[in-house]
Design a binder for this molecule. Structure first.
Ligand code: HEC
Ligand code: HEC
Ligand code: HEC
Ligand code: HEC
Ligand code: HEC
Ligand code: HEC
Ligand code: HEC
Ligand code: HEC
Ligand code: HEC
Ligand code: HEC
Length: 384
């Protein structure tokens, strides 16, 4: 499982993957002929620098084309030039800043949110976090960066410490998460003291994520009933057990109900590498209609494979005819369900003994096209 590799884990758990801004002559500056590839976990990239040069002497290029309102915006606050570039998901965005004819900054920024599997991310891409004490220093003249107790439940959100710099991040999202994009209680989940990271960069990072009580995800500190339910399941889903809630949920705001990061079936298929399965000739029609969660619970369940019901009951809950036919499927007298423990039975059997629950290259999701071959799978000669 790809997500278990060390690289992806640190990307997930370290708060991770954010890019940062690059100060005037700072690190990440384009070297002759070599454009740095920067990995961003957020759909924008800020470039902020001190300069006396007027705004109209600069040119901002996005993929070689002059920046428009759709691709970004530039603003000068006294001597501070603020450029905000929009990025496209799982795509490269080449950004370039020219002062007159001279290129002062050039970078290839790749935006991939934290739930995107590593195989989609270019090898060369590096993360450049912003919130180190050194990076923040030039901003302090105009921006507050010390967290006060009021910031945990601000009366006026526009006065909250993070708001002036981060309010564009969540604007226009349909579903705000209450403590984040709604009430701006950012320090409920983010720590203000610098914390050492396992990035190449040795500077401790500020605003990393708190660990919740009992070393569980911070999410459970508020979602207490859910914590009890999830941790009580006999079969808990891998990423839920790892506390990787943000692979599926955006902690701030999203365009999908339940703050889902993406179409849930896409998330499942990507992580489990099931793209080939989805391209087979016969895909269980219910997958297209209702997705993976028609049968699996995303968090966990009392049943193996996180099935929402015990296997046989699950299948016949939709295929009610089969329940009426009882043991007369696919041929008269044939059992469709034998528990392993039933006395006298040579073998256990259930619906997935013959049908793949997801897909196959043959009608009815059977393992072979010839009916005879289906039978000889278990009966070396026809019948028994
Ligand atoms: C000369 C004063 C000044 C300095 C220095 C300054 N900023 Fe700003 N910044 C502003 C003002 C004013 C705004 C607009 C605030 C508002 O809309 O409430 C702003 C807005 C922003 C925004 C919101 C997006 C945008 O482009 O409007 C970000 C992000 C930001 N600043 C980051 C920084 C960072 C990072 C630094 C330090 C590298 C910095 N600023 C230094 C004055 C400054
Ligand atoms: C002075 C402006 C400013 C303020 C204030 C600010 N941020 Fe940021 N933050 C940035 C910039 C710039 C980035 C880099 C991403 C980008 O390009 O916008 C960033 C990135 C981050 C990241 C990603 C990790 C990193 O270090 O790059 C986190 C997490 C974060 N901010 C949290 C917060 C929280 C929480 C607050 C309030 C407690 C806050 N920020 C206040 C400007 C600011
Ligand atoms: C419910 C907890 C929670 C709250 C409240 C919260 N955050 Fe976060 N934030 C997180 C988590 C968890 C991550 C790491 C996301 C990941 O790994 O994908 C994160 C990551 C970030 C990042 C990095 C980019 C990204 O989206 O992954 C920024 C910037 C950020 N938070 C800013 C804020 C600001 C500003 C607020 C207040 C409006 C805030 N956060 C409130 C939990 C929270
Ligand atoms: C500070 C308290 C707090 C924390 C921490 C918190 N949440 Fe929430 N969350 C809320 C509140 C309040 C609501 C809105 C009320 C509700 O639907 O339960 C909410 C709603 C949600 C919803 C939507 C519920 C639905 O029925 O659609 C999801 C999903 C969610 N939170 C996930 C998370 C995740 C993931 C984390 C950790 C990154 C987290 N929450 C951390 C307070 C919190
Ligand atoms: C594999 C994807 C996935 C992961 C990982 C995941 N969730 Fe969910 N979660 C979902 C889906 C999908 C729903 C929508 C309800 C449903 O279909 O079961 C949901 C619903 C929710 C809800 C609202 C409804 C409810 O059951 O209360 C909350 C809150 C929530 N999740 C929190 C979390 C927390 C906290 C974590 C981490 C411990 C987490 N989720 C991990 C996919 C996921
Ligand atoms: C972060 C990537 C990730 C996502 C997204 C994800 N899973 Fe998983 N899933 C895992 C991991 C890790 C395991 C544990 C597998 C293991 O231990 O080998 C697992 C286990 C499972 C199992 C049990 C497998 C077994 O052999 O017991 C099922 C079923 C499953 N996932 C279905 C789903 C469904 C359905 C979705 C979408 C709602 C989904 N997964 C989304 C990573 C993911
Ligand atoms: C019609 C119900 C149903 C739907 C819909 C469904 N599954 Fe399953 N899935 C099952 C059953 C039943 C099993 C257990 C098979 C077994 O025990 O041999 C299973 C097993 C799994 C496993 C464990 C490994 C394996 O292949 O046996 C994974 C992972 C999985 N499903 C992922 C998914 C994903 C991802 C989707 C959506 C694309 C999905 N499932 C949709 C019924 C379903
Ligand atoms: C949530 C409802 C649902 C569940 C649960 C479900 N199915 Fe289905 N299944 C359907 C639908 C809808 C079709 C489309 C044909 C139809 O209406 O019967 C279908 C079709 C099939 C077909 C015929 C495929 C074809 O070629 O048209 C088979 C075989 C099948 N299901 C087996 C199973 C098995 C085995 C299980 C248990 C692992 C199961 N189903 C669980 C809804 C479901
Ligand atoms: C011993 C193997 C076997 C078992 C066990 C089995 N099936 Fe089938 N099933 C078949 C075969 C073979 C066909 C195709 C029949 C044909 O083409 O005449 C089929 C056809 C189907 C169909 C499509 C036609 C129809 O009759 O509606 C559905 C739906 C179906 N099975 C569901 C199930 C469910 C649900 C279970 C568990 C209760 C199950 N099957 C158990 C072998 C099996
Ligand atoms: C997944 C394995 C499996 C497949 C595939 C399978 N069977 Fe069976 N079959 C069994 C089991 C198990 C029994 C019950 C034997 C017992 O009770 O010990 C059985 C019993 C039978 C019986 C005897 C019923 C009776 O009255 O005792 C017949 C006839 C039969 N199968 C025909 C078929 C035919 C025809 C096919 C192909 C359409 C087929 N089987 C496919 C496992 C299978």
């Amino acid at each position: 499982m790809r997500w278990k590799t060390a690289r992806s884990k640190s990307r997930l758990l370290a708060i991770t993957g954010l890019m940062g801004i690059v100060l005037w002559a700072g690190a990440g500056q384009a070297k002759e002929g070599k454009v740095p590839v920067i990995l961003s976990l957020v759909p924008y990239y800020h470039w902020i620098a001190e300069t006396k040069t007027p705004l109209d002497q600069f040119t901002f290029l996005v993929n070689g084309i002059r920046m428009t309102g759709k691709t970004g915006a530039a603003e000068k606050y006294q001597n501070s030039l603020h450029v905000h570039f929009h990025l496209t998901r799982i795509k490269h965005t080449m950004i370039e800043i020219k002062e007159g004819e001279h290129t002062v900054f050039k970078a290839d920024v790749f935006y991939a949110p934290s739930f995107v599997p590593n195989k989609f991310i270019p090898e060369a891409a590096v993360i450049q976090p912003f919130h180190t004490v050194d990076n923040e220093r030039p901003c302090l003249g105009c921006h507050r960066l010390t967290v006060t107790p009021e910031d945990s439940s601000p009366a006026d959100i526009t006065k909250e410490v993070c708001y002036p710099c981060h309010h564009l991040d969540y604007e226009g999202k349909k579903y705000p998460h209450a403590p984040a994009a709604l009430s701006w209680s950012c320090p409920q989940c983010h720590i203000s003291e610098p914390v050492k990271q396992n990035y190449k960069d040795k500077h401790p990072l500020r605003f990393t994520i708190k660990v919740g009580s009992d070393a569980q995800p911070v999410c459970y500190d508020c979602h207490v009933a859910l914590k009890r339910r999830n941790l009580g399941y006999a079969y808990i889903h891998g990423p839920v057990d790892m506390g990787a809630c943000t692979i599926c949920h955006n902690p701030h705001a999203a365009d999908r109900p339940h703050l889902l990061q993406d179409d849930i079936t896409t998330l499942c298929v990507n992580c489990h590498g099931l793209h080939a399965m989805m391209k087979k000739k016969v895909v269980h029609p219910i997958i297209k209609k209702a997705g993976c969660t028609a049968c699996h619970d995303s968090h966990g369940s009392p049943n193996p494979k996180q099935l929402i019901k015990p296997l046989y009951e699950l299948c016949i809950s939709c295929h009610k005819k089969l329940a009426k036919r009882r043991n007369n499927h696919p041929v008269a007298g044939h059992p469709t369900y034998i528990k392993a423990a039933v006395a006298g039975a040579k073998d256990k059997i259930n619906c997935v003994s013959c049908h793949n629950p997801h897909a196959s290259d043959y009608p009815e999701m059977l393992p072979a096209g010839e009916l005879m071959q289906v039978c000889t799978h278990c009966h070396p000669t026809k019948g028994r």
